[in-house]
Design a protein around this ligand. Sequence first.
Ligand code: RB5
Length: 142
Amino acid sequence: MNILIANDHGAVELKSAIVEALVAKGHRVENLGVDSGDSVDYPDMAKLAAERYLAGGFDFGILCCGSGIGISIAANKVDGIRCAQVFDLYTAEMCKRHNDANFIAFGGRVEYGVPVVDMIERYMASEFEGGRHQRRVDKLRR
Ligand code: RB5
């Protein structure tokens, strides 16, 4: 898949681990995030990634900050972005099946019960169900 990723200084290690794992599995990953611990503002990183995604060419995006919270809030301010903060395999799957999330978010300072890459793979293996869920997603947009 063609994947976009961005992060702030709170998730440099997590971002690098995700990129390495996804590239090793044959995916193309464009890294718009920072690669040093120098402080940046997560709304700026979310805006950069959202605008790049909406320009086209990507299957989905991944956003990472310290908690995963701020960068997902920021991304969801952009019309056309549905960013889900994912915590486990269930939320990884359901955010695609029911919400058609086009971004997923993680926290570099969060202790997850399953590897983040497993959650990303579950998301990628899931399909949007459409039907009544399309109606609800349309209402989000409106
Ligand atoms: C940065 O210190 C931190 O606030 C940010 O990465 C994120 O956790 C905000 O939600």
